[in-house]
Design a binder for this molecule. Structure first.
Ligand code: T3D
Length: 267
């Protein structure tokens, strides 16, 4: 019996998904990408789950695509044509990145060690990224003749601006977690020994918040990037209109007026 490539655990309404190929710094194989997507689908479909934490087993978070996978490293025989690696993005990375971004609940990346290539951008696509102080982020693509994928070309300039995005993408250097926080790439850097407990506490806190509104906030931010100001205002009004009819708003406003703690249930 093999260990699962994605370990799944649950504490209250918080589901934790742990990338589990520590000997290869949790580098993504196609099976692992498929299992991560299935685990996120399952969390999205389970009303008992109100926040997801993604982390890595061992000393790394994720070293990106497994470069020894025959799908990407064909070890060409004489006369053999290179394989099209674009299909891997179409089949696995694009659906996974979109899945994270369309979750009905918040998703936290708890980056416990190196996050390289698609592993870095998978983390950066999450709603809140917390990293241990010894973690670092590497846009490793340029070193092997590729461009940032798994959303990197979209995420990096938006998170840190074009100049820093190009610095990270072109040079492919290790960016320590503290610097990542200082430049606004991630939410927070904490001492290594506090990472798990901090991420879980944050997840528990988010799980008690109105998660539908949190997911709608992410959607509004994502869509606003391609909208004119007036259109963003209109999208806000449409979303606010829907949320205003939802139980969470009724509960939140009533709890405020009644000076009691709210109990949110929408998803
Ligand atoms: O389909 C496509 O190709 C397109 C999609 C691309 C998406 C991408 O993610 S492209 C980027 C792929 N990732 C990388 O290029 C990073 C490669 N890894 C590294 O540069 C280094 O391992 C790290 C900087 C991440 C960490 O360095 P270090 O010194 O802490 O560890 P290490 O000794 O290099 O790695 C430990 C083990 O993990 C080692 O195995 P071994 O020798 O102990 O048996 C190493 O080979 C393995 N490993 C690390 N990264 C990968 C990997 N094995 C396969 N693929 C990896 N990406």
């Amino acid at each position: 019996m093999h260990d699962p490539l994605i370990e799944i655990s649950q504490d209250g309404a918080v589901r934790t998904l742990t990338l589990n190929r520590p000997a290869a710094l949790n580098a993504f194989t196609s099976a692992m990408l498929a299992q991560m997507r299935a685990a996120l689908d399952a969390a999205a479909d389970d009303v008992g789950v109100r926040c997801v934490v993604i982390t890595g087993a061992g000393r790394g978070f994720c070293a990106g695509q497994d470069l020894s996978d025959p799908l990407v490293n064909p070890n060409l025989q004489p006369g053999e044509a290179p394989k099209d690696i674009g299909h891997l993005l179409d089949a696995y990375y694009i659906p996974l990145a979109l899945r994270v971004r369309s979750m009905p609940i918040p998703v936290i990346a708890a980056v416990n060690g190196v996050a390289a290539g698609a592993g870095a951008n998978f983390a950066l696509g999450c709603d809140l990224v917390i990293a241990g102080a010894s973690a670092n982020f590497i846009q490793a693509f340029s070193k092997i003749g590729l461009i940032p994928d798994c959303g990197g070309t979209w995420l990096l300039p938006r998170l840190v601006g074009r100049a820093r995005a190009l610095q990270l993408a072109l040079l492919g250097e290790k960016l320590p977690a503290a610097e990542a926080q200082a430049m606004g790439l991630i939410y927070r850097c904490v001492p290594d020994e506090e990472l798990a407990v901090t991420a879980q506490a944050l997840a528990q806190r988010l799980s008690q918040m109105p998660v539908r509104a949190i997911a709608q906030t992410r959607r509004a931010f994502d869509e606003a990037g391609r909208l004119e100001f007036e259109d963003a205002l209109k999208l806000e009004a449409m979303q606010q209109s829907r949320l205003g009819f939802a139980d969470d708003y009724q509960e939140g406003a009533a709890a405020f007026l009644q000076k009691r703690a709210p109990k949110f249930s929408d998803r």
